[in-house]
Design a protein around this ligand. Structure first.
Ligand code: A2P
Length: 259
């Protein structure tokens, strides 16, 4: 990526959730515009001038002053092995051309919006649930986060404590947002893979909602390739059609980070 297609930003905050997950925030160049749910390329400055870049969803909403990103740490990963060591004041490259398919504009109108994310696939949904327009379009927004361990449920406190008390968004969040964390590899109140919970109907029972119906429900999916594939197949089986950047549908999938 040439220097004119990324901005050099300064790290303002770093938070390590676990030895595998961290969040960092950066300054935001006033010229950077993006849609909530989109991703951009992130990298570190390189003396050679050829930085390694990876796609990262914005975890911050487009009305926020700073940019925020939620990342895994891969010990021998070309970018994340170094990115995980960044500190406040360090420089990060942020691509100037955000893109992506997880936009409410690419969904047909509906009553309920399901946001299904595994691992760091939660990130774009953090942007979407901080967007007031999401709540104008849908009566109920259900954020489902699937992880291996409870410690991986990053942002759980933000979602249960901070956001419902947010000065401007709190009222609509309390009324319309449901958060459903689920864990697969240790004991927790909600257990099992997202696909299994949808198939058995357990998730709907727990939330007091009817089973997903193409007439009323819409969905967005972000996470590991296996999950995208399985959940997509399941929704197609329910009669849902995938939306694209050209034609709106009943659900959209982000494949940019699929491993
Ligand atoms: P599991 O523990 O049964 O593999 P990861 O950290 O590997 O990205 O996984 C995040 C979460 O996604 C885990 O809870 C994992 O469950 C789950 N997962 C992995 N593959 C699938 C799949 N094909 N369908 C649904 N969930 C999946």
């Amino acid at each position: 990526m040439k220097p004119n297609i990324y901005n050099v930003e300064t790290v303002t905050r770093v938070h390590h959730w676990t030895d595998r997950l961290f969040t960092f925030a950066t300054t935001r160049s006033p010229t950077l515009r993006f849609e909530n749910g989109q991703f951009t390329m992130i990298g570190l400055p390189e003396a050679s001038g050829n930085p390694i870049l990876r796609a990262y969803s914005f975890a911050s909403a487009n009305h926020e002053e700073e940019l925020e990103f939620f990342s895994i740490k891969v010990p021998d990963g070309p970018l994340t092995s170094r990115l995980q060591k960044i500190r406040k004041g360090d420089k990060v490259l942020v691509g100037r051309k955000p893109t992506g398919t997880l936009l409410t504009n690419f969904l047909l109108p509906g009553k309920r919006l399901y946001l299904f994310g595994t691992g760091t696939g939660l990130a774009p949904f953090l942007s979407i649930i901080k967007d007031p327009e999401t709540y104008e379009k849908f009566d109920t927004v259900i954020l489902v986060h699937g992880t291996r361990m409870t410690a991986d449920l990053a942002y759980a406190n933000f979602l249960t404590e901070d956001l419902p008390q947010h000065e401007y968004l709190g009222e609509v969040v309390r009324r319309k947002l449901l958060y459903y964390p689920t864990v697969t590899r240790e004991h927790f109140s909600n257990r099992g893979r997202i696909t299994a919970l949808v198939e058995s109907g357990q998730i709907f029972k727990d939330l007091g909602l009817p089973k997903m119906d193409v007439a009323t429900d819409r969905a967005m999916i972000c996470g590991s390739m296996a999950m995208l594939k399985d959940l997509r197949t399941m929704l197609v089986g329910f009669g849902f059609q995938e939306g694209t950047t050209r034609d709106a549908g009943h659900f959209v999938v982000e494949r940019a980070f699929a491993d």
